[in-house]
Design a protein around this ligand. Sequence first.
Ligand SMILES: [Zn+2]
Ligand SMILES: [Zn+2]
Length: 364
Amino acid sequence: MRAALLAELKQPFVVEDVDLLDPTPGRVIVRTGATPFCSTDCINQRGDLGKVPPTILGHASIGVVEEVGADVTHVRVGDRVLVPGTPECGHCFYCAEGRPDQCSELFDATTYFHVAERADGAPITAAGNVGGYAERMNVTANQAFPLHTDLPNDVLSLLGCGITSGVGAVFNVAEVKPGRSVAIFGTGHLGLWMVQGAKVAGAGKIIAVEPIAWRREMAGRLGATDLVDPADGDPVEQVRALTEGRGADYALEAAGPTVAQEQVFRAARRAGTVVLTGVERLGATVTYSQTELALQGRRLLSCQNGNVRMRRDLPLFVGMLEDGRLDAAPIITARYGLDQINEALSASGEKRDLTGVIVPNGRT
Ligand SMILES: [Zn+2]
Ligand SMILES: [Zn+2]
């Protein structure tokens, strides 16, 4: 099969023929329908998140099951499945706690699983154990969730990435209440889903903080009530000015840089809720004022994949995409074949795309 390999850090992707390994017990082969090019993969391509090449990036995807290994019972050949970057093994400590976002199968694995081999026999890993920038994927069945809808692949592929992370941040992590104020720092690939989620949740005020004018305007079209350009002055002060001087009830970060995570903390009011989602690079640190952190009562929350439980949340999110309360059309700004993946990389890195979707087999 053809795959776009990160063969060397800081270098363009290389599209080449590789041998996909047969499914071992508990694993399935999925023919890839669509994979969003996530901005996280710009960081991976630079090597800032510890990926070791050769690897196939693309940590969320959708496709059709082509082959099942032994012991796989919940999906069959021909099933249309979502393949998000987070498995739900169902039996580890975290799954038992109701927190599959922290599933041990993802975070406590001690060895990289090899999904394919190069022509010279060199083993290839897959990002998030997905590897969606390829014609096929070899994934654990714990990461394959059947979908029953007529929505197209490019829209559904975002369910393992921007939609689950962004809408999940609003519903599951922040638990936004109607009428309340929400400030969102960064309205790109992820933050625009937070804007839409906050609107569905009935937020009274949705403040989009975004330096790029067209992305700010897009936030306004999708439900933001107030648009803040950091170039107009300290964004924290601007958010406070819009919230009677207090700061927002909920302040959500979807930007990545540590400075945004420092700002978002101060943009939440005392006893407000702060949600962090971004990563700048492995080992980066965030600094907070001790008195603000210790005395001012904010809830400071981490958000991995929107704290979703796929079997519970997928039907809800699909329903909102079907009835139009969530709209993917303005967020999918381009579609690329596998051979065009380096265009997707630069369009994402230069923030020209919101989400470019890779279509490895030529059709969505
Ligand atoms: Zn688990
Ligand atoms: Zn992603």
